[in-house]
Design a binder for this molecule. Structure first.
Ligand code: KG4
Ligand code: ZN
Length: 335
């Protein structure tokens, strides 16, 4: 059987990335040009700057991915690219480059949902992983529990009604004066804090698979303001640790409910927040207790990358799910 090489391209937010993946599971290259240091000055991603930086970096990043993989463009079987969700100007850069390369080489264009891509990062880490399994998607903009019934079929169990988990990390970090992105900063600060110091509210909701983090976020921010007004010294490490404990409690409890309700034996973590060690450890232990196994990507594949996009694209290619040439960027694309 002929080996299948997929070129993956990702530019939905502040990382310009390209990768070549063989047969959906073997990573031949993984190039990521991050703009984090540029956006940090502004406390968050500035869309206009992101688009301009993507334009500067996209072709060198793609060239480097092909060169690292020692594969020529003509040997590529398909071009996979994120078409949403994300920043429209940022998405259009990767999408335009992908269309041009696919058209010029006569290869299929594979438009990938970024969030599905995050889930597929797990196939790289665990070569034996196969659907069906449960996925907890926790990124900067999304929080969802998903039943992955096949390589091209997904069933939504529940999502967040308001803030995403990563968004709560980022907003609280911002109030605490920590640099962007807030998630890794809170995790670092929490290492020196007591997770039981402050009892922040954990919204469990009537729907067992729906999430809400805005109340918890407001509670943390109010706590900081009240302490400041009363001129009491705040133990920032305790705040970080207690918030992290509250978020991960909700994520873990709802994931375990989903394991029990579906009877699935594997749960995978997906999206930037899955890099969080407390979440990984608590979920691994809880899953084990419920008779399931946790799979999560390595750190570099937790946050945005093009390996996961190429991997998702491979399974679309195999199923003949090819995108039309007029595929547009869809900033609010849903799971
Ligand atoms: O998946 P991602 O790179 O981009 C999106 O698709 O949104 O996720 C970024 C999010 C940010 O909110 C960031 O603060 C969070 O993931 N994040 C973390 C950690 N690393 C990244 N949150 C908690 N702990 C971490 N170690
Ligand atoms: Zn992402």
């Amino acid at each position: 059987q002929k080996d299948i090489y997929i070129l993956g391209i990702e530019s939905s937010c502040d990382e310009t990335a390209a990768s070549v993946v063989k047969n959906g599971r073997d990573v031949l290259s993984n190039i990521i040009s991050s703009q984090i240091s540029i956006h940090r000055k502004y406390g968050g991603v500035v869309p206009e700057i992101a688009s301009r930086k993507h334009i500067e970096h996209i072709m060198p990043v793609i060239d480097a991915a092909l060169e690292d993989a020692k594969v020529t463009l003509n040997r590529i079987d398909g071009v996979a690219v994120t078409y949403g969700p994300g920043l429209v100007g940022a998405l259009l850069v990767g999408l335009s480059a992908a269309k041009a390369l696919a058209w010029a080489t006569g290869k299929p264009l594979l438009g990938v949902n970024h969030l599905e891509g995050h889930v597929f990062a797990n196939f790289i880490n665990d070569k034996n992983l196969e659907p069906p399994f449960l996925a907890l998607v926790v990124s900067g903009g999304h929080t969802a529990l998903l039943k992955v019934t096949g390589y091209n079929s997904f069933e939504m169990l529940g999502q967040t009604r308001d803030d995403a988990a990563g968004e709560a990390f980022d907003k609280i970090a911002r109030v605490m004066g920590l640099p962007y992105p807030g998630g890794p900063e809170i995790e670092k600060l929490a290492l020196e804090g007591n997770p039981k110091a402050i009892d922040f509210p954990r919204a469990m909701l009537d729907d067992p698979f729906q999430f809400s983090f805005s109340g918890m976020k407001s509670s943390v921010i109010n706590y900081l303001h009240n302490e400041e007004q009363a001129r009491r010294p705040v133990n920032r490490a305790d705040v970080a640790a207690s918030f992290q404990e509250a978020v991960t409690d909700v994520l873990v409890q709802k994931s375990v409910l989903a394991v029990k309700a579906t009877g699935l034996k594997e749960i995978v973590l997906a999206g930037g927040v899955s890099a969080n060690k407390t979440l990984q450890n608590k979920l691994a232990a809880a899953a084990k207790k419920a008779g399931a196994r946790l799979v999560h990507p390595t750190k570099i594949l937790c946050t945005d990358n093009a390996v996961m996009i190429a991997c998702r694209g491979y399974y679309m290619y195999q199923a003949g799910v090819i995108s039309p040439w007029d595929l547009n960027a869809v900033p609010a694309l849903k799971l």
